[in-house]
Design a protein around this ligand. Structure first.
Ligand code: C2O
Ligand code: CU
Length: 441
């Protein structure tokens, strides 16, 4: 059919007919030789898993964990990860979200590799060139597989400044699970309040991943805190925030830091206050109410990453992406399809660049939902949001959440040859059209 690869998600082989046939990703690999500094095995299996409330998930998991195990490496490490597929019938891959790996290591089924069949394995090798909070997830039928649990967190520590040992760290993935009790919102596998004892004076870091589809709004009450990283990139001058709403689109990350006070601290998704994290000196304590508070604007908090270009640069290419929706059919049922410039993938013309070019993209959201747009293989610099130029420190993101009516101008340097995805990280939207390829001429 001519629909958006019906039944295959957005990543299926054969769904790439706008792709230039001449591009071969086979040689664009990470280092194939050399002893890895860190070696991991991620074994995928189907499993019945429980949330903290007892709700049951018909899950697919890595290493029997929900979410998958945290992979922690150091900047500069040669990382080797072997995916072993021990599922009965879930062909899968692993994509390193936000990490600009060589193209053949990107884990996109049907684009950079074939999905790894049950009984088979695949080894990824790449050098950790960035630092911060990332995550990994399946990129085969990802709207289904990520939802069912094929994802986990990934941290790259700084070579010269590893995290001090006294920091108490919480790695939290915000996720919505399909359970025997319906859809349940949780942090990791906790859909009930998680209580932890933390001694006053302890530095605390929360690494938050939105592994779900759709915008979530978080809040932290009980302590002044700082957002210290956006999508893994350190914020240049973190400011104290108190009870500010933190909007985070699908795929995005925040690092939050604070010093544990004498009283309780609560961290929660405003839409799922029954879950969340409650820290207090003795693990007990009252819940502070969650109230409406002002909203954090990530484009006002630049990162410490330098940039060679900005709003005043001359760009070699400019693209405009209008995000919208139109009625259509998916898997034979009527649905809203999600469009880029009026087309659904794979009918969206591929974005073409040449190596070394500076590329500007103007992304306009004309639909009624937010779209967290994620470009693989390249970090993206925000030039402006709704006409307001970013003038302070550069804002680097890998997932740009554009809400209804908004316009973002962003830019990237075409410095990682290959064939890449650019898609909405509401993965159901990506599967239903909101996907485009980026290719190198
Ligand atoms: Cu995190 Cu193409 O995805
Ligand atoms: Cu979307």
């Amino acid at each position: 059919g001519s629909g958006p690869a019906a039944g295959h998600g957005h990543l299926a082989a054969g769904s790439t007919r706008t792709t230039a046939e001449s591009i071969s990703v086979a040689d664009l690999t990470g280092p194939r030789t050399g002893t890895p500094d860190k070696r991991f095995t991620l074994t995928a299996t189907e499993a019945k898993m429980n949330l903290s409330s007892g709700a049951v998930i018909d899950a697919v998991v890595f290493n029997g964990q929900l979410p998958g195990p945290e992979l922690r490496v150091r900047e500069g490490d040669l990382v080797e990860v072997t995916l072993v597929n021990k599922t009965r019938n879930v062909p899968t891959t692993i994509h390193w979200h936000g990490i600009d790996v060589p193209n053949a290591e990107d884990g996109v089924a049907g684009v950079t590799q074939d999905a790894v069949a049950p009984g088979k394995s695949h080894t990824y090798r790449w050098v950790a060139g960035q630092t911060g909070t990332y995550w990994y997830h399946s990129h085969q039928q990802s709207s289904t597989q990520v939802r069912r649990g094929l994802f986990g967190p990934l941290v790259i520590e700084k070579k010269d400044a590893p995290q001090p040992a006294n920091v108490k760290e919480f790695m939290l993935s915000s996720h919505v699970w399909d359970t025997d009790k319906g859809e349940v919102t949780s942090l990791n596998a906790d859909d009930t309040l998680r209580r932890e004892a933390v001694a006053p004076g302890t530095p605390v870091r929360i690494r938050l991943v939105n592994s779900d589809n759709f915008l979530k709004t978080f809040t932290l009450t009980g302590a002044p805190y700082k957002v210290t990283a956006l999508d893994g990139n350190d914020v240049n001058a973190p400011t104290d925030l108190s009870r500010v709403k933190l909007p985070l689109g699908g795929g995005g990350r925040y690092d939050l830091e604070f010093v544990m006070p004498d009283g309780p601290v609560r961290f929660a998704d405003l839409a799922a206050p029954q879950a969340g994290l409650l820290l207090s000196p003795d693990g007990k304590g009252e819940l502070a109410p969650l109230t409406e508070v002002p909203e954090f604007d990530p484009t006002r908090y630049g990162t410490a990453l330098p940039t060679e270009f900005g709003p005043d640069s001359t760009f070699d290419r400019s693209y405009e992406l209008i995000l919208d929706n139109k009625p259509g059919f998916f898997d034979g049922n009527p649905y809203y399809l999600w469009t880029i410039n009026g087309s659904v993938f794979p009918d969206v013309p591929m974005l073409m660049v040449r190596e070394g070019e500076l590329v500007k993209m103007t992304i306009v959201n004309r639909s009624f939902l937010e779209h967290p747009m994620h470009l693989h293989g390249h970090r993206v610099l925000v030039l402006s949001r709704n006409g307001k130029r970013v003038t302070g420190s550069p804002v680097w993101l890998d997932t740009i959440t554009i809400v209804d009516g908004e316009t973002y101008e962003v830019a990237f340097k075409a410095d990682n040859p290959g064939l890449w995805m650019d898609h909405c990280h509401n993965l159901t939207h990506a599967a239903m059209g909101m996907t485009v390829h980026l290719g190198y001429e």
